[in-house]
Design a protein around this ligand. Structure first.
Ligand SMILES: Cc1cc2nc3c(=O)[nH]c(=O)nc-3n(C[C@H](O)[C@H](O)[C@H](O)COP(=O)(O)OP(=O)(O)OC[C@H]3O[C@@H](n4cnc5c(N)ncnc54)[C@H](O)[C@@H]3O)c2cc1C
Length: 494
């Protein structure tokens, strides 16, 4: 497990082979790989684990048809192969999902071009799983879909996950292999001592500051990467937003890949943990990365209008939205002034003054990214990395966790089972604040009306007892959580 939370002063007394900055999927993936290799490794996260982009993605473990369209065969193949390996290795957390892409009359690419593209998609993945569905079949399969402008749909498959539970799973696995992770500690600076070792100044949330010594440092801070890289800026932060609506307001069983006829962008409408999720947008994001991003009114309107265009009878309005969720993609800038949607999604690794920085890429390819970063840090030879990349990932510590946590296609349990899971999270997952529990350990704050206020009250005795909170602390935490929810995740007013 990531926790119980280690003591910062104790970490500072040790010498580490490797220190990883950032507890998103990239940092957690590096921690896991490094620990498996027997490297003495520690990870430091400024906010909560998965607080950044890695709890705010579209939750797809996928090849990405758009990368195929952009001609990026390498990224598509790499992602598809990882998708297949992760489906095998984490069957309750990475789950195959059928996708449907409705095609409009006169639209390009049409049926035959899409059939060819999906044949290639399947070939790269090593599966055969696509099919043409005529409009008559769609009627029964997707009630409410406006068939009038459509000729039918292409069916293909990708996979869904729960992104923050994936990060936590990697942290648990890493801990099982001897890795250490700590949340709510900020890396302030990294400097190289004349002996060659890296000295990393870290501040805990209570103000304690220490220097941790490590042989190598990997800066895996995603959208923040330029702050610690010591090199010239490379990251172009881009925001993408999602809406969660009740499943009965927009029921879908498949992930619908809907091409917006206005700008030709794909938007997904998919079932997720008992709700329907609609997303995403793609916009340059110029806000402070430490301020939680939020969906703007324009983004909400864009997504509602796209969904209503395809499902006119649903008549979705702002009052239907349970929660919104915005994330910031760390895109490696091409510097060519491209449209945000046209920027490539692959990762880059660079170094300055001995600090290895890795940013960009996808949730899906966290293992590939981790191996590249470890090679750059001198922890792994290129040849060994190539072997590991081709091998099936090993997750050997499922027995450390309760079963079925974060199944992307099942609602969160209620009653006794939920209490048992939460009890376990409080004991083992470094929960410091209520928002950690409601937004990232569970996703109840995204999936329940009114920020999950009812379930919050139900969990109150358990949380207070386990974390030793008195009445005052509970109210402070509740206010903090509701304020964050209101600012960054609120369902839009009717
Ligand atoms: C809207 C959207 C949809 C997406 N959908 C998908 C998808 O469906 N499938 C897919 O494969 N990919 C998807 N992605 C991409 C994917 O989510 C990201 O590539 C991935 O989550 C990035 O992870 P990361 O660990 O690099 O960054 P992050 O998750 O942002 O982690 C970086 C961490 O570093 C921490 N940090 C920053 N500064 C410091 C410091 N000084 N000290 C300590 N810690 C620090 C931050 O708090 C943060 O937690 C999507 C991205 C977005 C925005």
């Amino acid at each position: 497990m990531p926790g119980p939370r280690p003591d910062l002063n104790t970490l500072a007394k040790e010498h580490w082979d490797l220190l990883v900055i950032g507890g998103g999927v990239t940092g957690a993936g590096i921690l896991h790989q490094a620990a498996q290799l027997g490297i003495k490794v520690v990870l430091i996260e400024k906010h909560d684990f998965a607080w950044g982009t890695s709890s705010r993605s579209s939750k797809m473990v996928h090849g990405g048809l758009r990368y195929l369209k952009q001609g990026d065969l390498r990224l598509t193949r790499e992602s598809l192969q990882e998708r297949e390996r992760l489906i095998q290795a984490l069957p309750e957390l990475v789950v195959r999902q059928h996708c449907l892409m409705p095609l409009r009359r006169g639209q390009f690419p049409g049926r035959w071009a899409m059939t060819l593209a999906l044949a290639l998609y399947d070939l790269l993945a090593g599966v055969r799983d696509h099919q043409w569905l005529p409009a008559t079949t769609l009627q029964a399969r997707v009630p409410g879909l406006d068939l009038a402008p459509l000729t039918g749909a292409m069916r293909y498959s990708d996979a869904m996950t729960d992104d923050s539970r994936l990060v936590l799973r990697l942290l648990h696995e890493a801990a099982g292999e001897g890795g250490t992770a700590m949340n709510y500690c900020t890396v302030l600076s990294v400097s190289r001592h004349e002996s060659g070792e890296q000295q990393v100044r870290v501040r805990d949330a209570d103000g304690t500051e220490v220097v941790i010594r490590a042989g190598a440092v990997i800066n895996a801070t995603g959208a923040w990467a330029d702050q610690l890289s010591g090199a010239s800026p490379r990251v172009r932060p881009q925001r993408g937003s999602h809406l969660f609506v009740p499943a009965d307001r927009l029921p879908v069983e498949d992930c619908m890949t809907l091409i917006n006829p206005r700008d030709q962008r794909p938007v997904f409408v998919f079932p997720w943990e008992g709700c329907t999720c609609i997303g995403t947008t793609d916009l340059d994001h110029r806000d402070d990365p430490d301020r939680e991003p939020r969906a703007t009114d324009e983004e909400v309107d864009y997504l509602l209008s796209l969904a209503n265009g395809y499902f006119p009878d649903a008549k979705l309005v702002r009052g239907d939205i349970i929660a919104t969720m915005a994330g910031v993609r760390p895109i490696i800038a091409s510097g060519k002034g491209r449209d945000p949607s046209a920027e490539r999604r692959d990762h880059a690794v660079w170094q300055q003054e001995g600090v290895i920085t890795v940013s960009g890429g996808k949730l899906t390819t966290f293992r590939v990214i981790a191996l590249d970063a470890l090679v750059a840090a001198g922890c792994l030879s290129r040849q060994r990395a190539r072997q590991l990349r081709r091998a099936a990932p090993t997750f050997r510590h499922a027995d450390r966790l309760p079963e079925g946590l974060g199944h992307p296609l099942k609602p969160w349990p209620t009653g006794e089972r939920l209490h048992q899971q939460v009890n376990w999270m409080l004991a083992h997952e470094q929960v410091r604040h209520l928002d950690d529990l409601m937004l990232r350990r569970t996703r109840l704050g995204l999936l329940h009306e009114q920020a999950g206020d009812t379930v919050l009250e139900e969990l109150r005795p358990l949380v207070c007892q386990q974390l030793g909170w008195d009445e005052q602390r509970w109210h402070r935490e509740r206010d903090r959580y509701l304020d964050i929810h209101q600012r960054a995740y609120r369902g839009a007013p009717a």
